[in-house]
Design a protein around this ligand. Structure first.
Ligand SMILES: [Zn+2]
Length: 144
């Protein structure tokens, strides 16, 4: 369990590097793009997981996507708010992101439903609110 707690903190720090708040207050996920094979991935890494190239660059990722899968978690790590919804989101640019799904009734979720990037307080650390990226159901886009 100690390892899990350490990993949890590592991910929170990682989210800090991978989450940028734009001047208008909107969140933006920062991933990595491989210059050798064009793979994009998240969270950011110094080496491409597909081709092992170190020729990678920071990449701003799409803030919208679709819900791939999810689960309601009733037993949370210490200091996390429970129950919560954890899920995988497929971003519009092809990157799959594991994140909390917030402001959603679990019974209203559906495969491939549109979701949008947001931020949410996921827990607390010694009384300090821990905010990270999350996704929330979004109205379907009516592009024409
Ligand atoms: Zn690559």
């Amino acid at each position: 369990m100690a390892d899990a707690a350490e990993n949890l903190h590592a991910q929170l720090y990682l989210a800090g590097d991978a989450l940028r708040i734009e001047s208008d207050g909107s969140p933006r996920l920062i991933g990595t793009s491989c210059k050798a094979c064009a793979t994009r991935f998240f969270p950011p890494e110094p080496v491409c997981p597909e081709c092992m190239s170190e020729d990678v660059a920071e990449a701003e990722l799409s803030s919208g996507g679709t819900l791939y899968s999810w689960s309601v978690v009733h037993v949370a790590p210490k200091n996390w708010r429970a129950p919560y919804i954890a899920g995988y989101v497929d971003l519009a640019d092809g990157v799959r992101v594991f994140a909390h799904i917030v402001d959603a009734d679990p019974d209203s979720l559906a495969m491939d439903m549109p979701v949008a990037l947001t931020t949410a307080v996921l827990g607390e650390d010694e009384g300090v609110a821990v905010t990270s990226y999350a996704f929330t159901p979004a109205p379907a886009k009516t592009t024409g």
